[in-house]
Design a protein around this ligand. Structure first.
Ligand SMILES: Cc1cc2nc3c(=O)[nH]c(=O)nc-3n(C[C@H](O)[C@H](O)[C@H](O)COP(=O)(O)O)c2cc1C
Length: 369
């Protein structure tokens, strides 16, 4: 293959690589593309929640690494990866991928990169006995330093913790502002920014006229930064259209999944990101909807490491978060839960206008000389 062909292959790969999931659709990655080489930079300012564990960014890098490997494979190329994760600054790349044409066969999961998306709607059932979950477990068996747990029973104490973690977002001003800064309330705004979370992406049921009004009320709360505690009782009416607290929505699909790391080492975090993306792609490829649900893991992970910085006195019961997750999924004492998701059969094809957009200025082509 000539260098020109590699460049053309990279140009074909980049859109699907850049479609990888990322917290709040802040799109915290920038790619510098040289001939045969992709360098991945992290943009801290666009990474979500200053208060959430930095390790979540390394998990995200694992997803990026997997996306590059899959996309390269679909062009018959091997990707040789090198990580630079000491002193994680924005000024140097966190990952360098050197591509080499080898004629290798594409991994079927590569075809799901472009169709993968978040589906936060109510699901139309599904079952843990479905063959796709056998495949997902096989994916996890092949991975080192990370595991996958699946559960289709939702104890009250778990649902309660989910609700408390949702509340915490609005009770802690820093987390709340980090979260609401990515909320997009009109189609015009979405088209202009091409990042963040569309108000439509939060809907559980098909869109109705009053949802627009709802989005304006939410907009008002954000503009005024006004979220008193009593308003949280109306969360299900204001922030999505479930009309009920969010735990009520988690029994409608096939199961919940939890990806854990064996430790907080960089290798294990990257491995967890790679596994999480592969499982997400697999589920979408097999026509299952996926919604990441990391509000609990964002608490349980640092809590277990003793690095949780938020004042727990806001909601003291959240001190049980790790223990409740462990009881529900059954992971061992040494494991750290890092990424949870719900999955099930979609009620209908996902509406095109609810899909998250991506900015196209996140790739720089560097020409020699
Ligand atoms: C590490 C990580 C954590 C996430 N946490 C959540 C979450 O707690 N709730 C949620 O609804 N989506 C969550 N997401 C999904 C992102 O919001 C979503 O990927 C992004 O908005 C882009 O939309 P898309 O997945 O439809 O392309 C998470 C994604 C990642 C990678």
């Amino acid at each position: 293959m000539t260098p020109y062909d590699i460049d053309a292959a990279i140009a074909r790969m980049l859109p699907s690589i850049m479609r990888l999931p990322n917290p709040e659709n802040g799109q915290p990655w920038e790619i510098a593309a040289h001939s045969r080489v992709l360098e991945v930079f992290h943009v801290a300012e666009r990474a979500r929640l200053g208060s959430s564990p930095d390790d979540l960014c390394v998990l995200g890098l694992g997803m990026m690494a997997e996306a590059i490997i899959l996309a390269a494979g679909s062009e018959g190329c091997d990707a040789r990866l090198e990580f630079f994760l000491e002193g994680r600054g924005d000024e140097h790349p966190w990952l360098r991928a050197v591509l080499e044409y080898s004629g290798c066969a594409a991994d079927p999961l590569a075809s799901a990169l472009a169709l993968r998306h978040s589906d936060r709607r109510r699901y139309a059932g599904g079952s843990l006995a479905d063959a796709v979950f056998r495949e997902a477990r096989q994916e996890a068996e092949l991975a080192q330093g990370t595991s996958l747990y699946l559960a289709d029973r939702y104890p009250e104490e778990f649902l309660h913790q989910v609700q408390l973690a949702d509340d915490l977002i609005f009770l802690c001003p820093d987390i709340r502002r980090d979260f609401t800064r990515w909320a997009r309330f009109t189609d015009k705004e979405i088209l202009k920014t091409r990042d963040g979370m569309s108000w439509r992406a939060f809907l559980r049921y098909p869109e109705r006229g009053y949802h627009y009004l709802q989005s304006r009320l939410w907009w008002l709360g954000v503009r005024l930064d006004w979220f008193p505690r009593w308003l949280l009782g109306l969360e299900g009416f204001l922030f999505d259209d479930s009309g009920r607290p969010s735990p009520a929505n988690y029994d409608d699909g096939a199961c919940l999944g939890c990806v854990t790391t064996a430790s907080d080492s960089l290798e294990d975090l990257v491995a967890a990101g790679r596994l999480a993306l592969r499982v997400w792609l697999l589920l979408n490829l097999r026509d299952h909807g996926v919604q990441a649900m990391t509000n609990l893991t964002c608490i349980a992970y640092p809590q277990r490491l003793g690095t949780w910085g938020e004042p727990t006195d806001k909601i003291p019961e959240l001190a049980e978060c790790y223990a409740v997750l462990q009881k529900m999924f059954g992971f061992t004492d040494t494991e750290l839960p890092i990424f949870c998701f719900r999955t099930g059969l979609p009620v209908a094809p996902y509406p095109k206008n609810a899909r998250s957009l991506r900015r196209d200025d996140r790739v720089r082509w560097i020409t020699p000389g």
